[in-house]
Design a protein around this ligand. Structure first.
Ligand SMILES: [Zn+2]
Length: 202
């Protein structure tokens, strides 16, 4: 589902998942959230998250190690692309806040998709300090070989907690050592998986 692929093939794959206009994003590792007011709005915008209260509007983020986060509340849904830079910039909290603005969202539930897990994510000490300064020392971990590592899902969990979201579903899949997923870091894969969320058309 990488957005650079052959257009007809991509369109067919999207249709098979959600036959409706898609909002995909030029992800820039920031914290900008777009509010989708009609199906397909903001497609190709420079942003890392999208929210909507409009049925029939598919929202997608594309990943190959970063964390795809889906947030759902009362009559609202959102997706966020959360790598370490976006997490440090507050993309998860911004997405939850945007849901409340277009809602009220009520109790928000989160789902985390496949991403690189701490055992596979060796991380430079300086950047680790930067993330820990924002989201706490719980983001510090070690790889399976004992090197300093970033625990991305712990970082997402801390950001969600800060946003008041406590219900988090996570199947635990690792993109780096789980071969059914694309991984930029482990294999330089050019493919991307997508997390797609929408409200059923009425
Ligand atoms: Zn792994």
């Amino acid at each position: 589902l990488a957005v650079g692929g052959p257009p007809a093939e991509l369109a067919a794959r999207r249709r098979a998942i959600a036959p409706m206009p898609w909002t995909w994003l030029r992800q820039v590792h920031g914290a900008r959230v777009v509010v989708v007011g009609e199906p397909g709005q903001w497609a190709g915008a420079d942003a890392d998250a999208a929210v909507t209260a409009v049925p029939g509007a598919a929202l997608a983020v594309h990943t190959a190690d970063c964390v795809p986060v889906v947030l759902a509340g009362d009559g609202v849904v959102g997706v966020a692309h959360a790598g370490w830079r976006g997490l440090a910039a507050g993309v998860v909290e911004a997405t939850a806040a945007a849901l409340d603005e277009i809602g009220p969202a009520g109790e928000i539930r989160a789902t985390i998709g496949p991403c690189i897990r701490v055992e596979c994510y060796a991380f430079g000490p300086d950047d680790l300090d930067r993330v820990a300064a924002v989201l706490g020392d719980g983001v510090r971990g070690t790889t399976s070989t004992g090197a300093p590592a970033l625990d991305l899902t712990a970082a997402v969990g801390a950001a969600l907690e800060r946003a008041g979201v406590t219900e988090v579903a996570d199947d635990g899949s690792c993109t780096a050592c789980g071969r059914q997923w694309f991984s930029h870091r482990a294999r330089r894969d050019r493919g991307r998986q997508a997390a797609v969320a929408w409200l059923e058309p009425v």
